[in-house]
Design a protein around this ligand. Structure first.
Ligand SMILES: Cc1cc2nc3c(=O)[nH]c(=O)nc-3n(C[C@H](O)[C@H](O)[C@H](O)COP(=O)(O)OP(=O)(O)OC[C@H]3O[C@@H](n4cnc5c(N)ncnc54)[C@H](O)[C@@H]3O)c2cc1C
Length: 424
């Protein structure tokens, strides 16, 4: 594990620019401040548009299962053709996304899974403890709650505790319990009786408001002397010797180090610097119901239809869908009505009104691991993006690693699996 966030403290008098105020940028900024760096975060958009604000709030400590598992890509055609399916593709985008898809299939090679799984575990497992530490004394501690992850199935045969995904979790120490229909009724009385079996992953966490969690960390960054500047970084120009210039349109800033934490937009900043990284937007959607009359005690995932239901401070949230259509295409309105249908199936007594619709760009990389580390040949540019469906979970550990690297330390975990040049 990376040593304590304050260890070292070698940042005094040195400036770090963080690009992006999503959860990865904010956690990085916070840990950099702990080490004494002067920190300025750049963010051009309304908070709502970042992926970190509308997610399912699952702090998925036991997530160590790569998205591309051996042979699973064969399910893709079925998912694409199912109108309620979890995968979607704008067909005009197919030529652009094909190289990514091929890398995704290759990432699911049987002999690579254990190593990918270990690297996911290192990033994700300590998240609950790290968030609790970040919020201690803030008055917002209740934003992080203990939770299980309850996977539910209609057909008991599908609840296979010996399936590779559960074997991987158990190998890392997860406590995994098989549930029958009666158990599900006891644990989550609000959900439909059509679920006949479940698998409960115990001892993880959830946040009941990812947007407020980001705001609380952003306030903390400011309180500790960091600044958050409303500006887009158009280009990065590494300077000879040390340091980086940041082009902000009319202005240029200079920093000793830069952290690129711009989520799915990061490729636009690093490609001109010579790094080819297979980063795509995996667009996800949510709908929210207020006064729904429904409360969940845990995060619940329908493993047949691949969506997540979460009780939030602001109502019931249904999240799902992985859509490949790029960063600039408008939202696909049909996705919202699909989520509404799924919600009605899971919650037969659902009341209230749908009061919010949201789409966000998951920064997805074919092997499920983010890119964390210095840009090859440019030690002043640190990269921290590509956390896919697990960025809320992986952000605190990523922030710790980034802060250690900026301070010139070698973190005591193996960073090889996350290295930016692994796709060459
Ligand atoms: C529907 C859905 C459900 C999810 N559920 C979960 C979950 O339950 N648990 C979990 O762990 N993860 C979940 N995720 C994934 C998680 O939300 C993301 O992995 C995470 O938010 C990514 O954080 P980020 O900081 O890398 O990116 P973002 O939150 O997208 O932030 C990147 C920021 O960079 C800014 N930026 C971009 N370009 C520039 C530039 N040139 N200059 C300055 N700033 C720039 C953007 O405006 C943006 O604010 C979910 C995602 C979706 C879509």
């Amino acid at each position: 594990m990376v040593a304590s966030s304050t260890e070292g403290g070698t940042g005094a008098g040195r400036r770090v620019a963080v690009i992006g105020a999503g959860i990865v940028g904010l956690c990085s900024a916070r840990y950099l401040l702990d080490r004494g760096f002067e920190v300025e975060v750049f963010e051009p958009r309304e908070p709502r548009s970042a992926c970190s604000f509308g997610n399912a709030g699952v702090l998925s400590s036991w997530s160590c299962v790569p998205l591309s598992m051996p042979g699973e890509w064969k399910l893709a055609p079925k998912w694409l053709l199912d109108p309620l399916g979890p995968l979607s593709l704008r067909w005009s985008y197919l030529p652009l996304v094909t190289p990514w898809l091929l890398k995704f299939v290759r990432a699911g090679r049987r002999d690579r899974i254990d190593a990918l799984s270990d690297a996911m575990f290192v990033l994700n497992n300590p998240c609950v403890e790290h968030y609790r530490e970040l919020l201690r004394g803030s008055g917002h501690e209740k934003l992080i709650q203990d939770s299980a992850y309850v996977h539910v199935y209609r057909n008991p045969k599908d609840a296979d505790i010996d399936a590779p995904a559960y074997r991987l979790r158990r190998r890392h120490g997860a406590s995994v319990r098989l549930l029958d229909a009666g158990d599900i009724g006891d644990i989550e009385p609000a959900i439909s009786r059509e679920y006949r079996a479940g698998i409960m992953i115990e001892n993880q966490g959830r946040t009941t408001n990812p947007a407020r969690l980001c705001r609380v960390i952003a306030e903390d960054v400011r309180r500790r002397g960091g600044t958050i500047t409303r500006a887009e970084v158009h280009a990065l120009i590494p300077r000879q010797g040390d340091g980086v210039a940041l082009e902000l349109g009319r202005e240029t800033r200079v920093a000793d180090k830069v952290v690129v934490a711009a989520g799915a937009w990061s490729k636009r900043l690093v490609e001109p610097l010579g790094l080819r990284v297979p980063l795509e937007s995996g667009r996800g959607y949510h709908i929210m119901f207020n006064d729904s009359g429904v409360a969940l005690n845990n995060s619940v995932v329908d493993d047949d239809l691949h969506f997540v239901a979460s009780s939030m401070e602001t109502g019931l949230r249904i999240t799902g869908i992985m859509e490949f259509a790029g960063l600039d295409a408008p939202e696909t309105q049909r996705r919202y009505s699909i989520l509404a249908k799924l919600a009605a199936r899971m919650f037969p007594d659902l009341e209230g009104t749908e009061h919010d619709r949201w789409m966000g760009h998951r920064p997805v990389i074919p092997d499920t691991l983010p890119v964390i580390g210095p840009l090859p040949g440019q030690p002043s540019v640190l990269l921290a993006f590509g956390h896919g469906q697990l960025g809320l979970t992986g952000a605190p550990m990523t922030g710790r690693i980034v802060a250690a690297l900026a301070a010139g330390e070698r973190p005591n975990i193996d960073l090889t699996p996350y290295r930016p040049e692994r796709f060459d």
